[in-house]
Design a protein around this ligand. Structure first.
Ligand code: ARG
Ligand code: ZN
Length: 890
């Protein structure tokens, strides 16, 4: 299609449309193979735009009829997906009738089928696959929707807003009519017509209105909705209490669908979710699943204000809603965890959540920032917008909002949010609008330089060094910053970087901080503002040389470069008062040890490292969830990114050695942990219980990695006796990631128990795709993945299956994917090409697994390049995959 001449859209080219739409009346005659959509829209001239034709976009449908004010249009030009119609006057009625084929729609964008039901996904540009429309977020209209379908196959008919009518029709059909009182962009349109049942609850909002909440699922899943409902109620409360934001509709619906490209979608009043982020019960969902359900429910609910009431002017502004909403869901989860943990455990619970979020950022966003797809949180150009729902836009975007929150403080941030809604409610706006309003609400707080976070790509490096002057008790901390070049951005300017700092005294306690020029010492952690290329901060009044603890709480999304020897890392592991930095010290130490081993250092573990690990493990004052985080090695993709050149084989060998050695050397300690961590009573999703289960599961992982017979026996016993999925899957994972002869039988038993459960089978696929080779002559994961591809439960048509099997293999198992003979790469190309023919969005996500190929050793690069080229040359390649592979090869 467009692989020779990819179309690039530029942010700078934004122009308002000459005509927008103010009301839309849609009628759907739903039929699996031929749905007829009648769209009556009132197009209105835009006084703020240059005169021009009405512009409508459309693709993948058949146009049956188009009239303007009831007559054939006088002039109509069609170029590809764009239709231009000349019209006179201030407003006209355009009526367009199209036929679409949901059954043939394998892209899962637009209107499609899943287990016999009809579902839609319109963000970013799916609405134009349903009807011709000015399908851009800056066109906000009021929608009325009538759905008509077979009563038997589709007893439930849902769309946005309020139900205003329903009834019977001839031939076993029925209809429902919905009206959404709020103007919205087309990407927030949704319909569902399916055989579903709902868990319902009525709650009162802050202002006392009663609203109906529903979670719609297939009948057999009704016993897995309680947690999502609970999360929804908690999200509503939290947004009322934290931001004064209330639900604006009488009814709020969540619908679960098994075939879905992404996590979930915030359609107005009718959120559509991947089943993975709705369904949870103790026997099938792990603690992590419970946590994810809670945060995705919250994320989509929060979009109702940050995204729906105030939306994006154009897709370059995506982080306006996504970065802000991720930040909000992160804060919500931290508050929920802290509340459940009680006053004693609150700080640790928050730190654990922060660690989780930073792990994601480092494993997914840092590599993106260092590769050919690097882009600012607000990109300047794209070929395919669906490729820009990235870790940069979402997670780094959330970090940028967090820095604003740090700089302005909780109250200043809230004032900014209030002003944002008072100015922009009902509008489609830009990131500049957001940042300007934050400044205005805070006495003109200068955020000009801060705006560079929106325009510069790449992960900044902050270098720190300290000099101690014993004579005058002064510690001079020099901080400097540098952001590496990224594609299209050779030179970067200094950013505003908030660096939270503490100084630790020789006894391990934090010292009160006093900067030169201040009359007295204050808090023990404070935020320094690094705005220049280099700055010196002089701390005075110190009795002895301090140990700096920098970037506490991960106060900015940067890589901190600080020379610390092993002893200092061990000291901070033991004493840093900031739990995030305590964790980070352990990560840095582990990274150093693993990478040294991967680089050919001696095979044994340094004793000091083992001791430091043991000390953390044995410190029972530390919350188990925190210990589980601190004792887990850094993520493999992150470690690979830190190697140059990246050598996945050597890294894997080192990881196996380190895991095994820690398992053996700390065997007694791990066993004691397992013994002492029993959770009593029936399963409940609670951070205290979850922390214990996480630490036990980690202990089993190390024990099994170390080949400890006692550990293997323990894992087998726990697998057999488990009463919930967290324990069952934890034990199974420990067995599979080991050389235990019980692996195969355990996998079979697990499969037998859950053979009819799609979401649990995803775990079963992922576990095998992610398996390491623990013994000489062990089965390569590639062989297993090939076999599983033809498993009856596997399907390339279901994104969750693809992500579980292929996504895990390509992205989470580098040691088995980057095979020296290149067979992993040839397999990758085959799968990307096969997937692209049916679902370009999913194919593009898989394609991204090799975008950082230039980081790898030359021998691997030589094997990767021909496969990238083969994909790029593949006939009919989608613009989605063409952009990824094209940029990789540039
Ligand atoms: N707005 C959704 C969310 O973050 C994501 C939808 C993205 N969909 C897509 N096809 N690009 O909650
Ligand atoms: Zn979102």
């Amino acid at each position: 299609m467009q692989n020779d001449q990819p179309q690039t859209i530029q942010r700078a080219d934004y122009q308002p449309l000459s005509w927008t739409v103010d009301t839309v009346d849609l009628h759907f005659a739903l039929d699996a193979g031929a749905t007829v959509v009648t769209n009556r829209m009132r197009c209105v001239r835009n006084p703020d735009a240059a005169p021009g034709p009405i512009r409508l976009w459309g693709e993948a449908m058949e146009r049956l009829e188009l009239t303007v004010d009831g007559a054939q249009p006088v002039a109509l030009r069609e170029t590809g997906a764009l239709l231009e119609i000349d019209a006179a006057g201030e407003s006209v009625m355009v009526e367009v009738r199209t036929r679409v084929d949901p059954r043939a729609n394998t892209t899962l964008s637009g209107l499609y089928l899943s287990s016999g039901g009809f579902f839609t996904q319109c963000e970013a540009e799916g609405f134009r696959r349903i009807t011709w429309f000015p399908d851009r977020p800056d066109v906000m209209a009021r929608y009325t929707v009538t759905l008509e379908a077979d009563r038997e196959a589709c007893p439930v008919l849902l769309s946005n807003g309020n139900l205003v009518g329903q009834g019977e029709l001839p031939n076993g059909r029925h209809y429902a009519k919905w009206e959404d009182p709020f103007p919205k962009p087309s990407y927030l349109f949704a319909l569902v017509a399916a055989r579903l049942v709902a868990l319902e609850r009525k709650v009162r909002t802050l202002s006392g209105r009663e609203v109906l909440l529903q979670v719609w699922v297939e009948e057999g899943n009704l016993d897995r909705c309680e947690h999502a409902m609970e999360a929804l109620v908690n999200s509503m409360r939290w947004d009322e209490e934290t931001f004064g934001l209330e639900l604006d509709l009488d009814r709020f619906m969540i619908v679960a669908v098994a075939d879905f490209n992404m996590g979930a979608m915030e359609n107005k009043g009718l959120n559509i979710f991947n089943t993975k982020f709705v369904l949870a019960k103790p026997d099938t969902a792990t603690d992590v699943d419970y946590e994810n359900v809670e945060s995705v429910v919250a994320h989509e609910y929060f979009h109702n204000w940050t995204g729906n009431r105030v939306t994006c002017r154009d897709w370059f502004q995506l982080t306006l809603k996504e970065g802000l909403t991720v930040f909000r869901d992160q804060q919500f989860s931290a508050d929920m965890l802290a509340r459940a943990a009680g006053p004693e455990g609150a700080a640790s619970a928050r730190a654990v959540k922060r660690i989780d979020d930073v792990r994601v950022l480092r494993a997914a966003q840092f590599p993106e920032d260092g590769g050919p797809m690097a882009h600012p949180i607000r990109p300047d150009s794209y070929q395919e917008i669906n490729n820009f729902y990235t870790a940069t836009v979402y997670e780094k975007g959330a970090e940028v909002i967090r820095m604003l929150h740090t700089l302005l403080g909780q109250e200043g941030f809230r004032n900014g949010m209030d002003l944002y809604f008072s100015y922009f409610d009902g509008q489609a706006v830009t990131c500049d609008d957001f940042v300007e309003v934050m400044s205005e609400a805070n006495n003109g707080f200068d955020l000009d330089q801060f705006m560079r976070w929106y325009s510069q790509a790449g992960t900044p490096r902050v270098k720190a060094s300290g000099t101690w002057n014993a004579a005058d008790g002064c510690y001079a901390l020099t901080l400097s910053q540098h952001t590496p070049a990224t594609p299209g951005q050779p030179d970067k300017l200094p950013l505003v970087i908030p660096v939270a700092v503490g100084l630790i005294g020789p006894d391990g306690r934090d010292l009160p901080l006093r900067l030169e020029g201040e009359t007295q010492a204050g808090a023990t952690t404070r935020v320094l503002k690094l705005t220049e290329e280099a700055q010196v901060f002089r701390f005075i009044g110190l009795a002895a040389e301090p140990v700096p603890s920098l970037l506490r709480g991960f106060s900015a999304p940067v890589i901190l470069e600080l020379d610390e020897d092993d002893a200092r890392l061990a000291f901070r592991m033991a004493h840093d008062a900031d739990p995030f930095n305590r964790w980070d010290a352990a990560q840095r130490y582990a990274e150093r040890v693993v990478l040294a081993m991967a680089g050919g250092a001696s095979a044994g573990l340094p004793q000091a490292f083992v001791n430091a690990f043991r000390a953390l493990l044995a410190d029972t004052r530390l919350d188990p969830a925190f210990r589980a985080q601190a004792l887990a090695l850094p993520a493999e993709p992150y470690l690979l990114e830190r190697m140059s050149p990246a050598d996945p084989g050597a890294l894997r060998t080192a990881l196996i050695a380190v895991m095994g050695a820690l398992g053996r050397e700390l065997a007694g300690d791990w066993l004691r942990v397992v013994d002492g961590m029993q959770v009593s009573g029936p399963y409940r999703y609670h951070p205290g219980d979850a922390g214990k289960r996480a630490l036990v599961n980690l202990a089993l992982r190390y024990l099994c990695a170390g080949g400890q017979p006692s550990g293997l026996a323990l894992a087998e016993a726990r697998f057999a006796a488990a009463t919930n999925m967290t324990e069952r899957f934890g034990a199974l994972a420990a067995l599979v990631q080991s050389s235990s002869p019980a692996r195969g039988a355990a996998l079979l038993a697990f499969h037998a128990r859950y053979r009819n459960d799609a979401l649990v089978l995803d775990k079963w696929f992922a576990l095998q795709a992610g398996a390491w080779r623990w013994e000489e002559g062990g089965e390569p994961a590639l062989d297993r993945v090939r076999v599983l591809l033809s498993d009856p439960a596997f399907s390339l048509a279901n994104p969750n299956k693809v992500y579980a099997l292929l996504g895990t293999y390509f992205r989470a198992n580098p040691g088995e994917f980057h095979l020296a003979d290149g067979s992993g790469y040839a397999f990758w190309a085959d799968q990307v090409i096969a997937l692209d023919a049916r679902n370009p969005q999913v194919a593009a996500r898989m394609a991204r697994a090799l975008e950082n190929w230039r980081h790898y050793a030359p021998a691997l690069q030589a094997r990767i390049r021909p496969q990238l080229e083969r994909v790029l040359a593949s006939p009919g390649l989608s613009p989605d995959v063409a952009e990824i592979v094209g940029k990789a090869l540039q």
